[in-house]
Each structure stands twice: as C-alpha cells, then as structure tokens.
Design a protein around this ligand. Structure first.
Ligand code: N01
Length: 560
C-alpha cells in the first residue's frame, strides 16, 4: 500500500431525526457529499494537504456512477487511458486495464482499489445520505443533517454528487398495477436480473438503453424496445488491449495527461479547423469512412469545427451516419423507425454501441415506435400503447420492465438536498428559474460551498475524470490559499455569477445544441427550466480560466 495521507480528526454527534442537535465538537474542515470519482479524488487531495475531511456516501460502497449503474452491458465510452485519475504516478503505473472501453465491474474495482490504496475508507460514511445542509452566518460553518440523524459541522461543504445520479421514471399512470418486476438501469439490483425465458420491455434508447438492449436480447424469450427518439449511435469497436499496449500507455502518461488537460473534450480528440463545407465531398467522405472504421464518435470529435454550429455542415456527417446505420438493419419498417431524423448529429449525447442496431434483426426483438404508437399507461400485463386507430389500444405483455429513461441531470442531485445558504436562502428557490454559478464551482449566497462539476462547468461535455480533477485541484489549492492567508470565508457575488452564467449561455447559443430537447437542456424533465447547463468553451480553455482566477488572488471571490 502506498503511504496514505495522514489521519485527520473528524467530528460528529448523534441526534434524534426530529430534533436538530447542535454539534458539540469543533467542526471538521470539509464535508464532501459523494464517494464517486469526484468525492474520492477530493478526499485524497484534502487529506494530502492536511485538512480534516469526511465523506458521506449513499451507496454501501464507493464508486458513484460505477456503483449504481450495474446493468448488463454497462461500460465506459471514454478510452481507458484517459478515464482514470492522474494524481498518482504510482497508481497509474500499477493499474492494468483490460479493454479499450472497460466494463462497469472493472471501473468499480479500480475505484475500490483507489479507496483502499490511499486509505480513504476510514473517512467515508457509507449508506448515509445528507438530507439538508445549512450555512450558519454566526459561526461561518455548515451544519449538515444526515439521514441517520447525525449532524456534522464543517467549515466547507463540497458537493461531489455526480451529474447523472438522480434517475427518472416516466410519469405514465399505472406502474403500481404492473404485475411483473421493474428496474431503472441506474438502480440495478446487485444480485442481477434473470431474463431467461422472460418477456422484457426496455423504455429508452439513450446511452444506457443502447448498451443494455443487446445484452437483454441475448437472454430474454422476447424483448420489446419502446423508442421515443431514434438516436445516432457509433460503433464502439471495443476490444481487449493488445499485448504491449498497456506498457505504451504507462510510458506516455505524462504526455497523455498534458494532452487531455489542454484538449477541448478532455480526451485525445481535437476538432479540425475550418468548415466541413469547405472541402470537396470526396475528402469529407474519406474522412467520415476512416473515422467510422476507427470506432467511437471520432467523426464528430475530430471532425470539422463547424459540425456542431452549422446545420448544413452537420447534415453532411448526419447523412453519412444515417447511411451506415441503415446498412445494419434488415427490416425496412424497423429501419425507418431507427433512423434518427429529428435532431442534428451530436446535439444529444452520442452513445457508443456494440451490435445495437443488429439486435433488431433478431427474431426475438420488436421495436415499438412511440412517435407512432405513444404509451397510454402501464397496466397489470405490461405497457398499453395507442395503435393510431381512434379509441383503440394494444397491450405489450411483459414480465420485466426496464427503464433506461435517464436522469434529472446536473442540478437534480444538488437540489435533492435541502441546501440553505447565508441568511436562510434556499438553493431550490434561488435556482428555480435555472442555476446561477461562478465557474460552475460556487454560487452567490452560499459561502464556503463548492460544487464539483456543477452547472456552468465543462463536466458532461468532456471526459468526466479530466473535468473532475480540474475541480478537485482547484478547490484544494483554494483551501490552501485561504489557510495560508488566515481567511475563514469565501464567496462569490451575484454580479460575478450572472456574468459567468451569461457567458456560458452565449457560448451555447452559438451551437446547434440549444435547438433540440435533451438532458443537456434540462428538457427531459417536465417543468425544469430549459437552459443549456454546461460550459462549451472546452476543458483546456476552462482550465486556463480557473487557473487565471486563482492567479489573480481568486478574482471574482471575496474572502472574510
Ligand atoms: O439517459 P438519456 P441515459 N417515454 O436521457 C427516453 C451517460 N451515460 O441513461 O430522447 C418514453 O440519454 C428518452 O427519449 P427522448 C451519458 O452521458 C454514459 O441513456 O427524451 N421514452 C431517451 O431515449 C448519457 O447521455 C454511459 O425522446 C422516454 C432515454 O429514455 C447519460 O448518461 C452509459 C421517456 C433516456 O436517455 C444519460 O444516458 C450510460 C418517456 N416518458 C449513460 N422519458 C457511458 O459512458 C425518457 N425517455 C457508456
């Protein structure tokens, strides 16, 4: 085991859930909510710099996204050499990945290994949720109430709650009447689900649906896929790493790290300058063919920079991808429903797949196109859909129903916690028309609170661990700066966060992403303000911005 960070004092008191107790002991420096990539990395950095820290995690183990999402087929779609922590050279050298895109159990093992190797677990309370957190102006501390009834007082509150951790089940009536079992992909039973001989329905064809559908089809007696929006998907072309490949990565990690920190997507992809329309059609076609053969969304991520800003340019790539998808599907009617036509390529998060479209060529798989036959209700036997004939409906009989219906992204997990800032201001009320943040890291009126991968940061538009490490390091350095200067309190202002939020919005308005409904826009959640939630300037540029803020004595923040 590598020498772990030194043990720090943590403090807590017990209280009855109905009686908000006052903590008796001095506050812990930092309370971190969540023990996924963000929380584990944050904890490592805090302990390493001598802060006391406590992490509270709802799951019964660490892992975050990779703890909760255990559905068959679940795997990462960032290449393995970039999807990991870079904070420890020893960790990078010791850990061997097996595949270009590792499966969920492997990534979970990695995160468990990180927790053990750096002796992080003794600072983590598992199976515990933070119900509420409120800032006390008199003491300048946060007081957080856990679902155990315990109250934890901390000088700083850091949310590491993930961007896609608040799963959503559609509100069609009648789910309580369904006789079979149902599961959300993000709350998958640890014991697995046996589909053998069963009639299974999957609702949703985003990244999760596109991964789980081929796996269920191999096992179920019959699989019915309920599709509302046909999706562009790219073949992952996943494979085991070749002999010597891991050694090559290990020898190049410094260069890989520098590359992804400077890159727009935090990945080893870089868009080409110029317009897709400025080159001859044959040149475009050749590039698209070569990219397609490489797998992943290379065509989009390494393609011309106007693919996501110019509809005509985008159409050249979208037409190409549609033609490739069409080749993979035998039945003309099914093909017609599976071809994405209602949004430009890349405006919804592009999934990677393994044999997704080919799955619909199987005899035991049926596609239900919800644009033609919408869901009416869930019923005891399964899912009732309209048929297109007035007053006529049809029930798809099912034994198991799987919801791959996504998340209340980015703001959902934050607003699930009842967070109250200075003067009793509620975060839910403050953000009711949409989130306001400075750099996606802080929000005015909530002193000493940092939001890892919060709204207004690149996060979901990038390789998540790259974005997470940017935030982990920035927060660590900020706390060290405060300690060195004897500062107790940090906060941003309403003017500063307004300027940043407008900037984030202006960048988004230049793209096609704001024109479609997606979870990026919050439009998958009824009633959620429709607003692009992430920073599109890129991880490299964003890194320069937040480093520049720190270099100017945390420009945009005030200390007390
Ligand atoms: O969720 P989604 P997800 N009736 O929101 C449909 C990451 N991720 O869990 O498009 C019927 O993308 C909805 O239809 P529509 C990744 O960032 C990563 O798949 O809204 N259908 C859509 O088809 C990803 O983007 C990985 O019309 C309904 C689907 O459900 C993000 O997580 C793997 C419906 C939801 O798709 C979320 O992906 C998995 C309704 N009422 C996830 N409501 C990897 O890295 C929703 N749908 C590999």
């Amino acid at each position: 085991m590598e020498a772990g960070p030194s043990a720090m004092t943590t403090t807590h008191t017990s209280a009855r859930p109905d009686a908000p107790a006052a903590p008796a002991e001095p506050p812990v420096d930092v309370l971190v909510i969540g023990a996924g990539f963000s929380g584990l990395g944050m904890l490592y950095h805090l302990l390493e710099r001598g802060f006391s820290a406590r992490v509270v995690e709802a799951g019964d183990d660490v892992g975050g996204t990779w703890y909760w999402n255990r559905y068959p087929g679940c795997r990462c779609d960032s290449p393995t050499e970039v999807y990991q922590f870079f904070f420890s050279k020893e960790l990078l050298q010791d850990w061997d990945w097996t595949h270009v895109y590792p499966a969920q159990p492997e990534i979970l093992s990695y995160l468990r290994h990180v927790a053990d190797r750096f002796d992080l677990r003794r600072h983590i309370s598992l199976e515990t949720r933070v119900r509420s957190a409120s800032f006390n102006d008199a003491t300048g501390t946060w007081r957080s109430t856990l679902d155990t009834g315990e109250v934890v007082e901390s000088r700083f509150l850091v949310t590491a709650v993930g961007c896609l951790s608040d799963p959503q089940v559609p509100a069609y009536p009648g789910l309580e009447n369904f006789r079979g079992e149902w599961h959300h992909t993000s709350r998958w039973p640890h014991s697995g689900v046996d589909f053998t001989g069963k009639r299974v329905g999957v609702i949703g064809t985003g990244s999760s649906g596109i991964q789980v559908i081929p796996e269920i089809a191999k096992e179920a007696a019959h699989l019915t896929v309920f599709q509302r929006t046909a999706n562009f998907s790219f073949p992952a072309r996943n494979r085991p790493l070749r002999p010597g490949e891991m050694e090559e990565f290990k020898a190049s990690y410094d260069a890989i790290h520098a590359e992804i920190r400077a890159a727009k997507l935090g990945q080893r992809f870089a868009p080409m300058p110029g317009s897709a329309l400025a080159v001859p059609a044959e040149v475009r076609q050749r590039f698209y063919e070569e990219s397609w053969a490489r797998g992943n969304a290379v065509l989009l991520f390494s393609g011309w920079e106007d693919l996501l800003t110019n509809e005509e340019a985008n159409a050249t790539a979208a037409d190409f991808v549609r033609s490739k998808i069409a080749e993979r599907i035998d039945d003309p009617e099914t093909r017609d429903s599976l071809l994405p036509r209602n949004h430009p390529l890349g405006t919804k998060r592009p999934p990677l797949d393994t044999e997704y479209f080919e799955t619909f060529n199987r005899d035991n798989v049926t596609l239900v196109d919800l644009r033609r036959t919408p869901i009416e209700e869930f019923c005891d036997g399964g899912v009732r859909v309209q048929t297109g004939v007035p007053d006529e409906s049809q029930v798809h009989e099912l034994d198991v129903l799987v919801f791959a219906t996504g998340f209340d992204a980015i703001t959902g997990p934050l607003l699930e916690i009842d967070i109250t800032g200075s003067g009793g201001m509620s975060l839910r009320e403050k953000w009711q028309d949409g989130p306001l943040t400075y750099l996606g890291l802080a929000t005015a009126g909530f002193p000493n609170m940092f939001t890892i991968t919060g709204p207004g940061s690149p996060a979901v538009i990038s390789n998540m661990p790259t974005a997470i490490e940017q935030h982990n390091e920035w927060i660590r350095d900020c706390l060290v700066y405060m300690r060195d200067h004897g500062y107790q309190r940090i906060e941003t202002s309403a003017t500063t966060e307004e300027e940043w939020t407008v900037h984030v919005s202006e960048l988004a308005q230049e793209t096609l992403l704001v024109k479609v409904d997606s979870w990026y826009m919050g439009s998958n959640i009824p009633g959620k303000p429709r607003r692009f939630l992430s920073y599109l300037g890129g991880v490299g540029t964003y890194g320069d911005v937040i480093t520049g803020v720190a270099a100017k004595d945390y420009d945009g923040f005030t200390f007390g």
